[in-house]
Design a protein around this ligand. Structure first.
Ligand SMILES: [Zn+2]
Length: 293
């Protein structure tokens, strides 16, 4: 169960031209689904812990459960804190042993976002923990917006450069045409903008709202500098679909272990597909070798 700093894992992805899948885990079975998929494909993997899970169970409990699950595996893992909005929680996550944290100050003024992100980067540097920042707004599905309004949300090269220069973030989430949640119309990523931002900032980029983006666009986005792809919605959909299907065949069963296992198996399949799409399969050994060197 080698834990790898997000910084090192993302650097390996950049050097070897793939993206790390950052998969959201919500309970024991979903973290096992991610680990089983990573183990089967021999892929490095990021396990994301999000705000809803933390609010429900508490950060220490979730981390302890995931740590216990990870013990049985031998693949490079990075535990990442997703969309944290306050510095106290960053400190708490680091105390719990997270390997990567995201400070999301995109709702704040740019000055405040820079200030707290920079503080987070200082802490991360001292402890070799990867730090992700966010510039621009990655909303929920914004189908009621016009094309012009959607374009206006895309992060500019100048914004990204200023933010990276001022904060020193290890990897950067930008607004590039994706949204969180379920798309009702096909998203169109601003691929040229991603490539420009990558070139000017020399910083790995993070794709949020990765669920439901057509595979071809995801591949192009990785070529344009995306080194971490967050996936949550599609995994939850698969988990729930697996459970629903189980009930179709066993409508009166209440054996929780079997019911949850059906969700796990269905979710694992989607994680395997994503790992293959992101190109991270069979990269575990090379990353571990680098880590142990
Ligand atoms: Zn996100």
């Amino acid at each position: 169960m080698p834990y790898i700093s997000g910084k090192q894992m993302i650097a390996h992805a950049v050097a070897n031209k793939y993206a790390v899948g950052a998969f959201s885990a919500h309970n024991l079975e979903s973290v096992q689904a991610i680990l089983d998929a990573a183990n089967e494909t021999q892929s490095p993997v990021m396990i994301q812990i999000g705000q809803r899970v933390i609010n429900t169970h508490g950060i220490e409990v979730v981390k302890a459960v995931f740590d216990a699950a990870i013990l049985r595996y031998d693949i490079p893992v990075c535990i990442h804190l997703d969309h944290c909005h306050n510095y106290d929680q960053i400190a708490q996550a680091i105390r719990c042993g997270f390997d990567s944290v995201m400070f999301d100050g995109s709702q704040l003024s740019i000055e405040d976002n820079i200030h707290i992100t920079r503080q987070t980067v200082q802490l991360g540097k001292a402890l070799n923990i990867g730090v992700e920042g966010e510039i621009g707004k990655i909303g929920g599905t914004e189908d009621d917006l016009s094309v012009d309004e959607k374009d206006a949300l895309i992060t500019t090269v100048e914004e990204a450069k200023h933010f990276v220069d001022q904060t020193g973030v290890d990897y950067l989430a930008v607004s590039c045409g994706t949204a969180h949640g379920v798309y009702t119309q096909e998203p169109k990523l601003a691929l040229e903008r991603l490539a420009e931002i990558t070139q000017v900032t020399a910083t790995p980029l993070v794709l949020h709202g990765g669920s439901g983006v057509p595979d071809q666009q995801v591949r192009h986005a990785i070529e344009a500098g995306i080194a971490k792809v967050n996936v949550d919605t599609e995994l939850r959909q698969a988990f729930v679909a697996g459970i629903k299907e189980y009930f179709e065949h066993h409508p009166t069963d209440n054996t929780l272990a079997f019911i949850m296992d059906a969700g796990k198996v269905a979710m694992k399949q989607v994680v395997v597909e994503k790992i293959n799409l992101f190109g991270s399969a069979h990269q575990a050994a090379s990353l571990l070798q680098e880590y142990q060197a």
